[in-house]
Design a protein around this ligand. Structure first.
Ligand code: GLC
Ligand code: GLC
Length: 650
């Protein structure tokens, strides 16, 4: 399509807009719509251009953006503009995130506002409050099965609470992150209820089939997300007398993005939340958005087009709002969620670095960095205006989805290496880690792992044994992992109780709505009385919290830790060490040399072998984290088991 054609189409659409929209002062809206319309129109017509009602849907799309803009507050608009001007603002090392369930952190949303001091104490300034929307009791997948996209679950609060949180956060320089679950709804969502009632319009919001013929073809290509509890990707609905696509749980109905009405509904929900003062939206399970028979129904090109369209539309109405892609997919696919062939992110500005997360755990299990280094070498580079979320743990399981090629390059056989990892983290190897196996699929041999950071790193078993040496080592490992997500490049995301060393919580086994989902083992509620121990010297809580707090404060001061593709992985002859260099992208002489020892035993690093990277073996170094000079002897630096350094020449 020629741009001229899209311009004349835009004019005719503007003529057709509802009178109440036309009457508004929409100056900035029109400027941005003009700038983005060509892209929006091209994407919308690639996805839906063959429909008879295309033009009507296009009008509806523009109206949805305009309606969103009319409700945008002055404060949000002011932020939109300042972020447009300082468009790399989120690449700064000043951001540090935390993800939490409202009721795992506080009693409810109102109580959460009284705990802002905790974020400030630790240095966290981006908070992801996990799903808070209305969802059926028991069949909610931890809030990811939503029955009303604009209503907050009354057990945690209401919209006024979010308003208050957003105001309080803003006053304190904290970014608010909320979820948009756009791949599916609960089967109790109004759309699903109408579909069950036989309403064809709403049946077309989902993928439904009268018999197994199409589902059977789909099944041949599609893996199962929850094979133990929810095998298969389709569920028979007796009321509708149809099969419905349910990739996750049987009560989570996949939305049908072949239908433009679904896209427009979701856009309107995205804009609704953008207008509640949310800074960042986490888009859940984005890899699954487009279903194509014969494919795995993940990472489809059209899933990317849907995300590009969503970004372009959001850019018109609420340009200051960022998207996080939750795409826990193969390393090569992950970076595509920034948008391909671009410099500036065209889809999501931020994406979970699930590969780094899994690789770090490989380092913990093997005590070496062979696979970790191979994996980092193959990590696709990010776009200039995009960044990773670097994390060690989150509310979900850990999947060891690294590339087989990297496993082979590290000297292992993929199948047996993955089996070793499952054995290791489920404690069957040597009992150090206390994880639980999750969703074993007997037909493929795959399994994933659940467990809290501290329990997986060996703290639970060490405390049980009362062995001080092992406790120290586990704490070192916890800090080691955090030292990497805080220095690697990207926004570090700490999970709820991890800065306090929270262990597994086995009480989910007594709750029938949770007992078949071991992810609940690492979704413990913070016990604030115990958390107070972070102020008491010598306690485990205090050791972890104080160190994390210090690391965060120091990270914020090191401009070389901002994310501008300014990292170089260094080869080390010592397989236990991970070494990389971070440098200031504007002043390359400002460097930080990160070294992490994944072994339980002391290791040495020969500085001489790094001279080719510009490291001076005879210089004196200082560890920016501890402020201490590392022990240097005979051209080598010594590291204790599980120790890390953030070194700078001094
Ligand atoms: C996301 C969530 C996960 C949930 C899934 C289905 O991946 O992180 O907890 O089970 O989506 O909604
Ligand atoms: C799969 C999905 C991910 C989801 C997880 C839930 O890994 O890719 O989106 O969070 O399952 O356990």
């Amino acid at each position: 399509m020629y741009e001229q054609i899209s311009h004349s189409l835009l004019n005719s659409i503007l003529d057709e807009l509802k009178p109440e929209i036309k009457r508004q002062n929409l100056r900035y809206f029109y400027t941005r719509l003009g700038a983005n319309f060509y892209a929006i129109h091209s994407l919308f017509s690639t996805l839906y251009g063959d429909r008879d009602d295309f033009q009507a849907q296009m009008v509806r799309l523009v109206e949805t953006m305009a309606e969103g803009y009319i409700y945008r507050s002055e404060e949000s608009e002011r932020l939109d503009m300042s972020r447009e001007q300082d468009h790399n603002w989120f690449l700064s090392q000043k951001w540090v995130g935390m993800a939490l369930y409202t009721n795992g952190f506080a009693n409810d949303l109102a109580d959460l506002t009284t705990k802002i001091g905790y974020f400030q104490e630790l240095g966290v300034n981006m908070v992801h409050i996990m799903p808070i929307l209305k969802c059926p009791v028991g069949r909610s997948d931890g809030g990811y099965a939503i029955s009303s996209f604009r209503e907050i679950d009354s057990r945690v609060g209401d919209l006024n609470d979010i308003q208050r949180i957003s105001e309080q956060f803003r006053k304190n320089g904290i970014l608010l992150v909320l979820d948009i679950v756009l791949n599916h709804t609960s089967d109790e969502h109004e759309w699903a209820l109408k579909a069950k009632d036989g309403d064809l319009r709403y049946q077309n919001y989902y993928h439904t089939f009268e018999d197994r013929s199409v589902p059977d073809v789909f099944e041949q290509g599609m893996p199962w997300v929850f094979p133990e509890t929810d095998p298969g990707n389709f569920t028979w609905n007796e009321e509708m007398k149809r099969w419905v696509m349910t990739v996750f749980h049987d009560y989570q109905w996949d939305l049908n993005y072949r239908n433009p009405e679904v896209f427009i509904e979701i856009l309107s929900i995205v804009l609704f939340w953008a207008n509640q003062g949310v800074d960042v939206l986490r888009l859940d399970a984005v890899a699954f958005l487009w279903k194509k028979m014969g494919s795995t129904c993940q990472n489809e090109r059209k899933a990317h087009l849907i995300l590009q369209l969503l970004k372009d539309c959001c850019q018109v109405t609420a340009p200051g709002v960022l998207f996080i892609a939750e795409a826990i997919v193969a390393p090569g696919e992950m970076a595509k969620y920034f948008g391909e062939d671009a410099i500036v992110a065209k889809e999501c500005e931020i994406a979970y670095n699930a590969t780094l997360m899994a690789l770090l755990w490989d380092g913990i299990a093997t005590r070496n960095t062979k696979l970790l280094r191979e994996g980092i070498k193959s990590l696709p580079s990010k776009l200039d205006r995009a960044t990773w979320l670097t994390y060690v743990r989150c509310h979900d399981d850990i999947g060891f989805g690294f590339d087989d090629k990297d496993i082979v390059a590290a000297g292992y056989e993929p199948h047996s290496h993955r089996k070793f990892l499952i054995d290791y983290f489920s404690g069957q190897f040597d009992g150090t880690a206390r994880g639980l196996e999750f969703m074993r699929n007997d037909s493929t041999g795959d399994a994933r792992i659940c467990g809290s950071l501290a329990s997986l790193a060996g703290l639970e078993s060490a405390l049980e044994k009362g062995d001080q040496g092992l406790i120290d080592l586990a704490i070192n490992k916890i800090l080691l992992l955090n030292s990497i997500i805080l220095s690697f490049g990207g926004i570090p995301l700490i999970y709820n109780g991890d800065a306090l060393g929270i262990l597994n919580d086995y009480s989910y086994i007594d709750d029938p709505s949770k007992d078949n989902d071991s992810r609940w083992v690492h979704r413990a509620k913070i016990d604030w009385e115990k958390a107070a121990l972070r102020q008491q010297r010598g306690t485990v809580e205090c050791r972890i919290f104080t160190a994390m707090k210090r690391m965060i404060a120091i990270r914020k001061e090191i401009s070389a830790f901002a994310d501008f593709n300014n990292r170089e992985l260094l080869h080390s002859d010592n397989e236990h060490l991970l070494c990389f260099l971070r440098y200031n992208h504007l002043r390359a002489s400002e460097k930080v040399f990160v070294i992490a020892n994944f072994d339980d035993h002391p290791q040495q690093l020969e500085l001489e072998s790094y001279s080719r990277y510009g490291i001076n073996p005879r210089a004196k170094y200082i560890d920016l984290y501890s402020g201490v000079r590392p022990s240097q002897y005979d051209g080598s630096i010594a590291l204790q088991g599980g120790q890390f350094y953030w070194l700078s020449e001094s």
